[in-house]
Design a protein around this ligand. Structure first.
Ligand code: MN
Length: 297
């Protein structure tokens, strides 16, 4: 099943890549609720909801996806976990002397999440480059602590395309990756039962039609079972938690007016516009910095 969010806090099932069905009323969701935790609850209670949703779908109207604004599917997870330098070719282009398997992870704030129908807003940091990072996003279903790698499948709810946007520099990684709209996720979550082999997914990212990143999840340094194990060794994973699994080589600058498109096998595509914002200036980014990236073939 493909699950997403649209317009003002409405929840939908995507029935083909061009139509969705609004299940907000079926779920009894108050669209004005704050914090917006209904999608997080749906993930937690999905096994109970699924038969009711499937039974209701044929009787509900289909809405063209093009007529709605897609939002991020889970706006209020407990956390967004992100693994740095998790493809060797990206490690080489950044000249990083470490990899995620011995470095651990960082966190991105929920407030950085945005959806497929929303722009990425560049902060007002003219001395710096903002870069795209194409990543597979994993959504946790059943939570837990100390999950063993062989049990990873029991804990994964689904998958989505994810972009980890970043201001390049040497300051705190979390600070550089925390701006609003720096974590587009979407266009929907595909539940794990519909993804035959998440360890063999082709992923591509284009900027204005130019292919910038192309990789396969088989090349992850710390694999998906390992990421679930490592994260849950440190902290309890909760339903709806999102894991950004790391980016391959080909990262580069995005500028106002750009269109950034990501596709992952079976997960659909997001094509987000980049706009210049007026907020975000900070003395932290006063000093110019140009990343020294060694282009990988
Ligand atoms: Mn990343």
């Amino acid at each position: 099943m493909k699950i997403t969010r649209f317009n003002d806090n409405r929840i939908a099932v995507v029935v083909d890549d061009e139509h969705l069905v609004d299940i907000t009323e079926l779920l009894g969701v108050d669209t004005a609720e704050w914090p917006p935790v209904a999608p997080t609850r749906l993930v937690a209670d999905f096994d109970a909801w699924r038969p009711r949703i499937e039974a209701a779908l044929p009787g509900l109207p289909r809405i063209p996806v093009r007529d709605v604004t897609l939002r991020t599917p889970i706006p209020w997870p407990n956390k967004v976990i992100a693994y740095p330098v998790n493809y060797h070719d990206h490690g080489r282009e950044m000249q990083a002397g470490y990899r995620a398997d011995h470095q651990g992870f960082f966190l991105k704030p929920n407030s950085s999440l945005s959806g497929a129908g929303e722009p990425v807003v560049l902060p007002n940091v003219p001395q710096r480059e903002v870069h795209h990072e194409a990543e597979l996003g994993i959504v946790i279903g059943k939570g837990g602590r100390g999950i063993r790698r062989e049990d990873w499948r029991e804990h994964v709810f689904g998958y989505a395309c994810l972009m980890d946007m970043v201001v390049r520099g040497r300051e705190e990684r979390v600070f550089r990756k925390a701006y609003d709209t720096f974590c587009p996720v979407g266009p929907w979550i595909v539940t794990a039962d519909e993804v035959a082999d998440p360890t063999q997914l082709e992923m591509k990212l284009w900027v204005n039609g130019e292919l910038r990143q192309h990789a396969n999840t088989r090349d992850l340094v710390l694999d998906i079972p390992g990421m679930v194990e490592m994260a849950s060794a440190v902290m309890t994973l909760y339903p709806g938690d999102i894991i950004a699994t790391g980016t391959p080589a080909g990262v580069g600058q995005i500028r106002a007016g750009d269109q950034v498109r990501i596709t992952i096998d079976g997960l659909g595509e997001m094509n987000v516009k980049v706009v210049q914002g007026t907020e975000g200036a900070t003395p932290v980014f006063d000093k110019p910095y140009t990343p020294d990236i060694i282009k990988q073939k």
